[in-house]
Design a protein around this ligand. Structure first.
Ligand SMILES: Nc1ncnc2c1ncn2[C@@H]1O[C@H](COP(=O)(O)OP(=O)(O)OP(=O)(O)O)[C@@H](O)[C@H]1O
Ligand SMILES: [Mg+2]
Length: 335
């Protein structure tokens, strides 16, 4: 029997038909070939609204089965980026490919899942009916719809309220339903614009689990968020965006790279011991703090301390929290 969690995607267009295809910009053969293996590839993508620069010079890759976080403060350009990728807005410059096709390509939309930032479903319909309607819009075969709907309801934890009217749903339940709609048809790429903004801690945890399961099933996830902890916990790579510009990009480890501070808890070290080769340490009781030390030199430092007859109880490299780093990046970008 076909399993909901592992079956291949069915054909599904996430977007209602009123959104017409934008005319893709010319694409070179080499670029198109490179983009085919990626979930998303953009080159100098930009969008202006009149004199407002919503997004500028966005060049990024999102790999298949990767969770990519797009992180930035209000008004940074996150929603604009997602709208460009799904073809709801047209770029003013640059190019974007999604699942190997120019962004907005109609047949590729069937392979995308999209949770918009602001959405409202018909309040007189039940969740099951909303999902059924979207199955229909997507062209999912009638024989598969029941399984699709039950699968989506189970994934987002709405199975026991499936037949209640959406008008009576709490904000968080509506957001879960939106996520369920985005998962219909088992998309290869899911774009989530602030998926947990209305959710309680349990709901946020559930969404993280859903994202992890999507990744495990080979689905790429593009996650817009200003919730640092959310991004920190689920994303493989992150782009930090501010006022339309990407100000940092990389793996979480790269973004959070420490500043070379390491603390040792040591007993029995001769106070006169010279460890100057490792910088000027600051001693506080049993704790000795070194700064500006390359990570590769930490074992050497520990060996040296031990060689001097001391006992080492703890070695703690200092890593910055994402929040600390995020605020630092924003300060630097303002400077
Ligand atoms: N349709 C529009 N018309 C005019 N300006 C727009 C439009 N959409 C976005 N903008 C502007 O583009 C900039 C980026 O907006 P965007 O919605 O992409 O930000 P965001 O990062 O998603 O913010 P938030 O965290 O508040 O959702 C803002 O200055 C916004 O006012
Ligand atoms: Mg937004």
């Amino acid at each position: 029997m076909r399993s909901w969690a592992s079956s291949p995607p069915t054909r599904f267009s996430r977007l209602p038909p009123r959104f017409t295809d934008p005319t893709p910009e010319p694409v070179s053969a080499g670029e198109a070939a490179g983009a085919a293996s990626l979930a998303v590839h953009t080159q100098d993508l930009a969008k202006r609204y009149g004199r407002t620069v919503a997004l500028t010079a966005l060049t990024m890759d999102v790999r298949r089965a990767e969770v990519f976080g797009f992180l930035g403060p209000n008004g940074a350009g996150k929603t604009t980026a997602v709208k460009l990728l799904v073809g709801l807005a047209r770029p003013t410059a640059g190019q974007a490919w999604v699942l190997g096709a120019p962004a907005g390509d109609r047949s590729t939309r069937r392979r995308l899942g999209y949770l918009p930032e602001l959405f409202r479903y018909q309040p007189w319909l039940s969740a099951r009916e909303v999902l059924g309607l979207h199955c229909q819009l997507a062209g999912i075969a009638a024989a598969s719809r029941r399984e699709e709907i039950d699968g989506a309801l189970a994934w987002v934890g709405l199975a026991d309220r499936a037949d209640d009217r959406v008008g009576g749903y709490s904000k968080g339940m509506q957001q879960r339903l939106g996520l369920g709609v985005a998962l219909l048809g088992r998309p290869e790429l899911v774009l989530l614009d602030e998926p947990t903004s209305a959710l309680d801690p349990v709901g946020r945890h559930d969404v993280r689990e859903i994202i992890r399961r999507l990744k495990a099933n080979g689905t790429a996830v593009f996650l817009n968020s200003h919730l640092l902890s959310e991004v920190e916990q689920v994303c493989d790579r992150v782009a930090v965006v501010d006022r339309g510009r990407v100000i940092a990009t990389g793996t979480m480890a790269e973004i959070l790279r420490g500043d070379g501070t390491v603390r040792l808890r040591v007993q029995g070290l001769d106070p006169a011991a010279r460890l100057g080769a490792f910088g000027a340490p600051v001693v506080e009781g049993e704790w000795i703090t070194f700064t500006g030390l390359e990570p590769e030199r930490v074992p050497e430092l520990v060996a040296e301390v031990v060689r001097r007859g001391a006992r080492v109880y703890a070695v703690e490299p200092r890593t910055r929290s994402l929040e600390e780093r995020f605020l630092q990046l924003l300060r630097e970008s303002e400077a």
